[in-house]
Design a protein around this ligand. Sequence first.
Ligand code: GDP
Ligand code: MG
Length: 609
Amino acid sequence: YPIDRIRNFCIVAHVDHGKSTLADRMLQLTELVDPRKMRAQYLDKMDIERERGITIKAQAARLPYKPLGDVGDEYLLNLIDTPGHVDFSYEVSRALNACEGAVLLVDAAQGMEAQTIANLYLALEADLEIIPVMNKIDLPAARPEEIAREIAAIIGGEPEDVLRISAKTGEGVREVMDAIVDRVPAPTGDPEAPTRALIFDSFYDAYRGTLVYFRVVDGRLEPGHKIRLLATNFEGEIDDLAVNSPEETPIDALGVGEVGVLSAAIKNVAEAKVGDTITLAGKKCRDVAPLPGYREPLPMVFSGLYPIDSDDFPLLRDALDKLRLNDASFSYEPETSAALGFGFRCGFLGLLHLEIVIERIDREFDIPLVTTAPSVRYRVTLERLDPETGEPIVLEVSNPQDLPEPNQIAAIAEPTVRVMILTPSSYVGPVMQLCEGRRGNMEAMDYLTEERVELRYQLPLASIITDFFDQLKSITRGYASLDYEPSGYQESNLVRVDVLLNAEPVDAFSSIVHRDEAYPFGKAMVEKLKELIPRQMFDVPVQAAIGSKVIARETIKARRKDVLAKCYGGDVSRKRKLLEKQKEGKKKMKNVGSVEIPQEAFVSALRTG
Ligand code: GDP
Ligand code: MG
């Protein structure tokens, strides 16, 4: 295709506002998909994505399109479908950088959500042409006038400029495609310059190795070309070069502005990272500059993963190795816990990412797990100086167990986030209360319209990885939405709260919390454990402590009856059966010092919210 006929665009939308449905309608309009093969959410490939209605991986589809009544050649529209979730905002920003335009899709009944606005800002940063579209105008609950005003207030322009469509019925979809043709600029790039292509996603395929999705910025790519990836220095030869239209179709070359997928015997997705630049291995490309914006993935949330059955440890390692082939953005390293045995400390981009990985371990590998409460990565400055530099030693601690003794610590800093919350104005009070109760500092409050308020807070990341989102939803009856971005570290008065059973600390229950929250946290924890741990042969004190100072205490009273007491003198086989039963029950117990804790107690006590 000639460059001036190419339009690269994405759809920015909140979950459920109809992105996949609109993509389906666009595919149908291009008549590329056999109507008999058409299925809902054609582009969402992974099972988890279909079931949860989220896009985790970016997708691309090539849509040849001819506006009605247009006498010229057809246009090539490339739809790049991006993940919409806050955990993946770096991936979103790379996919946006592969486009020149964005369709801002808003549900006519729901209005703008925080996530949409956050992604809209990313799109504006990437200098994209924004086409505002209101979807679901067929719904009786639609409030088109009000929502159009809201959209115009945020992006500028007039409410009348907002296109009104129903992706469900197809009404207005052609107008959206025409607007893309008219208003989204054609790509710019130099066909003669050394080849540069932006990787906006990569997948692992068991047969072909890593499949790399890219957009050509300068030059061209052909099958057989020797390529080099700048960030990882991977070199290899292109085996397959293809486009998705929407099924993968081989192609003999891709030039400036075009979007495609290649394989080059890349064994691991970590070798073809999102945001990296593809160039050619020859002399001509030796000094080529990387495309801007590349970043290493940065885990934000950490959790210990332990197999419930310790024999599953090697299986868990295998599972993590396999998942990692596919997802270079989570990290793991072995760790041991006196209470839970051998496991892994894993780092994730965010809570949804953590859930997805755990769900995949369960679904694809069937390994029952205990996961410890999510934590963040602290920066701990020690009193001790580094003998070489003379500077204080700084440690990164993501497992509460690794926190040094209080007397060795000069300061602890914790990661913070800038949070954006959109809420109906009637709930502003409770939302402010929630944020302030979580150590938040307000940065701004704006009325987008009379009914909708945007609140901005600076909050510790640790405050939002527990049940913040659930609380927010419950106090606003589901109407508020949330988005956040990392905003550096701040010093805080943090302490480790340990939990002791029968005077012995149980490492898996330790947590790092703010000093002001330590007492309520400790109290809640011992109360929960008192309920969860069955009575033993003796009284068991349950304590929460900071260092050697006990801050909360409960006692699990000794149990009175012996299982065998009631069959004293009874028949022997019944007695044996009972003993066997007791033994089986024991298997699911973990011995922590002298106390038996059922596995279930760990699972429940560590569950947050
Ligand atoms: P996504 O999460 O943004 O990809 O949203 P989907 O395309 O999966 O749509 C979410 C839900 O809204 C689905 O049940 C769709 O059938 C429905 N939906 C999408 N577009 C429309 C529309 O124009 N009108 C109505 N009434 N429902 C729609
Ligand atoms: Mg979808």
